[in-house]
Design a protein around this ligand. Structure first.
Ligand code: NAI
Length: 302
């Protein structure tokens, strides 16, 4: 495998003013990609705003000899999504890569979650995906080439206390990936999801008592994201977990099922066959984020 070169390619990275998005933008730019660094510079809960994070990352790229454009719109509005994509098209005449990485948190147990907290999280992660991806997808269809990467999370894939809004939004993105992978295929548009774990502003103050001392450097995630949006990547519809030096695929799976006959059966028959219907002994099932991460940590703390 030769060097992954992005010369001539143009990328939009949402939420690229800090954390993981910043590392994606810097590595893509270092490899010759022109990058729209999108970030309104909000706080972790989505409030406020500051041009400095996006301007800073775009400045870092230019200082290193790359090409970048800072864009401060929120992905959470239709106009914002359009403006972010338009910036790439107007400046460089094309858009090859979209990494939808923007994210906020409003953690609270479901019983206490307000509609406002629910909507705020959906707006950035899931509505934002629609608002920024649709104009990008249209441009990619016309060019008959595209790489789209959504950001999912083990919170949604496996479940985590206090993150109903976030988990639902992140799992919603998996559905979007599944559909776009099918709809994009004939136009050369590959659509995948990354499930990162790393220490960033979003996760810095998480309770880590009792967890092993693994590396939480976002730099472990960056190469997976960059490969997934490269020309070399030929896969679509995948969910890839990257973090701590661990790389693995996560998949919505089924168990083969049971045929109970052509005639409709009773609920009692379903109950009687429950063990066979739900048997998943052939694959590993993790009941929570913690159970899944225990496996990741076990493999990462050598
Ligand atoms: P971060 O908080 O450092 O980065 C998120 C960025 O998104 C921030 O710079 C923020 O200003 C930006 N953002 C927020 N609302 C926005 C909006 N409306 N429009 C555009 N940008 C907006 O956090 P981190 O960890 O770098 O998160 C990146 C992505 O990875 C997020 O989608 C997050 O949910 C996801 N993720 C991170 C994990 C981790 O362990 N750090 C675990 C699982 C998922």
């Amino acid at each position: 495998m030769g060097t992954l070169d992005f010369t001539g390619r143009v990328a939009v990275v949402t939420g690229a003013g800090g954390g993981l998005g910043r590392t994606y933008a810097l590595d893509l730019a270092r490899r010759g990609c022109k990058v729209v660094v999108n970030d309104p510079g909000v706080a972790r809960d989505g409030t406020g705003g500051d041009v400095a994070p996006a301007d800073g990352v775009a400045g870092e790229i230019r200082a290193a000899g790359g090409e970048a454009l800072a864009k401060h719109d929120s992905v959470a509005t239709e106009e914002g999504g359009r403006a972010i994509v338009r910036a790439a098209l107007e400046r460089w005449g094309r858009l090859d890569i979209l990494i939808h990485n923007a994210g906020i948190l409003r953690d609270r147990s479901f019983a206490k979650t307000t509609a406002e907290e629910w909507r705020a999280v959906m707006a950035v992660h899931l509505d934002g995906a629609y608002f920024v991806t649709r104009p990008a997808f249209l441009a990619m269809k016309e060019a008959r080439y595209g790489r789209i990467l959504m950001t999912t999370s083990v919170s949604g894939l496996f479940g985590n206390f206090g993150q109903a809004n976030y988990g639902a939004a992140k799992m919603g993105l998996v559905g979007l990936v599944n559909v776009l992978a099918i709809e994009g295929a004939r136009d050369g548009i590959l659509v995948n999801a990354i499930s990162p774990t790393a220490e960033t502003r979003m996760t810095r103050d998480l309770q880590r008592d009792g967890l092993p001392d693994v590396s939480r450097d976002p730099a472990h995630v960056t190469p997976a994201a960059v490969y997934l949006v490269s020309e070399a990547c030929r896969d679509t519809g995948l969910i890839l977990h990257a973090g701590h030096g661990f790389y693995g695929r996560i998949q919505v799976a089924h168990n083969g099922g049971v045929f109970l006959g052509r005639e409709p059966v009773s609920a009692e028959t379903v109950a009687e066959n429950w063990g066979r219907i739900t048997d998943f002994s052939c694959v590993e099932i993790k009941p929570s984020l913690q159970a899944y991460m225990a496996m990741v940590y076990a493999k990462s703390s050598v």
